[in-house]
Design a protein. Structure first.
Length: 427
């Protein structure tokens, strides 16, 4: 394998001291490949899993020509184009109980939604527009051939892919698969992610807070986000800023995980040995991404036993809790989806909204402010969620979107149009 860092350094616009968000994301995605393991699961167990192979339809759906409405099944050519037509009622077709006879000239069959079309029928007239007089059914003018008819194979045809590989299965796909009579599907195995926090100041839950200490919150937000994305999470706890402990954690993580996520320890002025260790145990690039929050980040591979061994991708996220979440949304989420085999990768839903407050912003970096959306007379408005410090996790909790301010953007005036990324439901 060509050295990872070599590949990176040859990439267009590669400047580890000032990478744009888009560039960093593209570099990461260009290196990752989906995990190859597969599992065979019953449809219900496969919710939110990623399909490993196309589901080929074994049948036509619908399997028979049938009626889309309750009404009268008839032959279009029997109808008088200029006025009413009188037809004789000769029976009823129910869903699951067909009318066995044939619809001949000047006859009609009462038909229910989903009932198989009797022979000869090419038009269904909805009940509401008709009248009956004894056995006679009176059909008004203005009908069309083929109206209210569902032809067999209209939804899906036998032998064709009904759901493509790479699809993350949602309720709609589960329904489609069930509609084919298929009981099991092949999905990719879950992405395994090992997770630990670094920092001598970190204190675990359930222990009293020592002077100068902070509770380790990052492991909880990360665990939540990874779990929501369908990962198998290996939680390795807090690791002290101690070379031996960190080395042991990396070695252990790299034997079983596809990716390792750490928080803290990658910023300027951090205990340098963490960065040295990462480099020593694999190939890791330290990036200063032109974004706020979330500037420092490490990305690379940890391969403690050399190449072609077990090994894992490393995402060394910053320590500040908001920076952790922002970098996760911008880089880790697409990376996990790529590893999981999701194809095509979804875009972040982004759209313009009117910003209800002025925002101070320096040029040169992309800022991800947290905001809440509302609709005002049919137009989207966004309001920043109070204090935007990279340690203020409340700003994430209150937010349903990021206000994305590009590098060239300066201060935002009240009522200016800004781009927002909707995060609700993404993780
Ligand atoms: P660092 O990137 O290690 O310099 O950390 C930056 C800031 O984030 C410091 O204030 C840390 O105390 C804080 N921090 C680091 N890790 C965590 C964590 N796991 N939970 C909460 N805060 C953290
Ligand atoms: Mg630290």
């Amino acid at each position: 394998m060509t050295s990872l860092l070599q590949t990176l350094s040859c990439a267009d616009g590669y400047d580890p001291d000032s990478l744009s968000v888009e560039r960093a994301r593209a570099l990461i995605l260009s290196l990752l490949q989906p995990v190859t393991g597969r599992e065979q699961l019953f449809v219900r167990q496969a919710l939110d899993r990623v399909l490993a192979a196309d589901v080929i339809s074994p049948i036509d759906v619908p399997a028979h020509d049938n009626s889309a409405m309750d009404g009268w099944a008839l032959r279009f050519d029997d109808l008088n184009p200029a006025g009413e037509t009188r037809l004789r009622n000769i029976g009823t077709a129910f869903a699951g109980r067909a009318f066995e006879g044939k619809v001949d000239a000047e006859t009609t069959v009462r038909i229910m939604t989903g009932a198989v079309l009797p022979e000869g029928v090419d038009c269904v007239v909805v009940q509401e527009v008709t009248r009956t007089e004894g056995d006679t059914v009176i059909i008004p003018a203005g009908q069309r051939r083929e109206q209210n008819i569902r032809r067999s194979g209209e939804d899906l045809s036998a032998g064709k892919p009904a759901v493509p590989a790479g699809k993350k299965l949602r309720p709609a796909e589960m329904g489609i698969i069930a509609s084919l009579g298929v009981a099991e599907v092949s999905v990719r195995r879950r992405v395994r992610v090992a997770l630990f926090s670094t920092g001598d100041e970190l204190c675990s839950l359930g222990t009293p807070l020592a002077p100068g200490a902070v509770y380790d919150s990052n492991r909880y937000t990360l665990w939540g986000m990874l779990t929501r994305l369908g990962c198998e999470v290996i939680d390795m706890g807090v690791v002290k800023d101690n070379p031996a402990a960190i080395e042991a954690a990396f070695r252990e993580a790299a034997t079983s995980a596809d990716a390792i996520i750490t928080s803290g320890g990658v910023s300027v002025g951090e205990a340098d040995f963490i960065k040295q260790l990462m480099t020593q145990l694999g190939e890791v690039a330290f990036w200063k991404i032109a974004m706020k929050p979330g500037r420092p980040m490490a990305f690379g591979r940890i391969e403690p036993d050399g190449q072609n061994h077990s090994g894992a991708w490393l995402f060394g996220l910053p320590g500040n809790p908001v920076a952790v979440m922002v970098t996760f949304y911008q880089f880790v989420r697409p990376a996990i989806l790529k590893l999981a085999g999701v194809d095509p990768l979804p875009d972040f839903p982004t759209f313009p909204a009117r910003c209800t407050e002025a925002i101070k912003k320096g040029k040169g970096r992309t800022e991800f402010q947290r905001g809440t959306l509302s609709c005002d007379n049919g137009a989207w408005c966004v309001r920043p969620t109070g204090a935007q410090g990279s340690g203020v996790l409340r700003s994430m909790s209150e937010a349903d979107c990021f206000i994305v301010l590009p590098p060239e953007q300066g201060n935002v005036a009240s009522d200016e149009i800004v781009q927002v990324q909707l995060m609700t439901g993404l993780i």
